[in-house]
Design a protein around this ligand. Sequence first.
Ligand code: ATP
Ligand code: MG
Length: 260
Amino acid sequence: MSSERFLNDKQLKKLDRELQNLISRIGVDRKTQDEVFDRSTLRTFEKLISNQVLDILDFPISTGKEGNVFRGVTPQGKNVAVKIYRTSTSTFKHMQVYIVGDPRFSSMHKNRRALIYAWTKKEFKNLERLERVGVRAPKPIICLNNVLVMEYIGSSDRPAPLLKDVVLDKPDEIFETLIDFITKMYKKANLVHGDISAFNVLFYRKKPYIIDLGQGVLIEHPNAHEFLRRDIHNIVSYFNKYNITADERQIYTDITGQQW
Ligand SMILES: Nc1ncnc2c1ncn2[C@@H]1O[C@H](COP(=O)(O)OP(=O)(O)OP(=O)(O)O)[C@@H](O)[C@H]1O
Ligand SMILES: [Mg+2]
């Protein structure tokens, strides 16, 4: 992409035409276009399409503060979830606290785009870790710049709902599973999610899936234990509404061998 600044006017016009074609192929409305599809993101899509990772984006699943998630379709007709981190927002500042102190990203550049790309990669790597240790989460497929392609969780016409939007038949089981996921993440994947709540768990075919791993940190991170306590607290307090009581301090000690 470094050749970008050497393009002459004619080449630039050609590029713009191609991008416009791409936008109509992807089929998104004007507002979303302006929000997420800056030129570099479109070029990333161009690559994903030419590398046969993706054919189209068929509908938006969610518009968040830092990015958008779309349902995509591969050339083989398989559904995927496509998360696009916006490179143009100012909320990227909060990302820094999770990246500084993570040895995997110590050589990170200071500029925003590089930070967003590193963040996307971090989410991808964290999803790989979860897959390795058997914590249920979307399987990572590919990550390129600010675009993450992963397994789509949901039926053909509807993405899976969030845990906060479902009524559970067997809350005890789901609670146990989530605590087991947090434990496995810590003990086997050396990872703390950092933002677990009923907003970041999908519920599909009676099973929970952990999502939104961008802010996940290694346990060496200076704030890892604080994040872990918060994660445990979020889950324990959410399940209070199902009359499930658990000692969050004890759970923390069981996981880490340390006092709260
Ligand atoms: N693999 C997936 N399959 C189906 N839906 C998904 C998938 N990943 C994410 N989603 C949907 O997209 C939403 C946003 O995803 P995610 O939580 O990863 O991003 P976010 O950065 O937290 O966005 P927000 O700012 O809205 O919190 C989720 O709440 C969920 O509804
Ligand atoms: Mg989220």
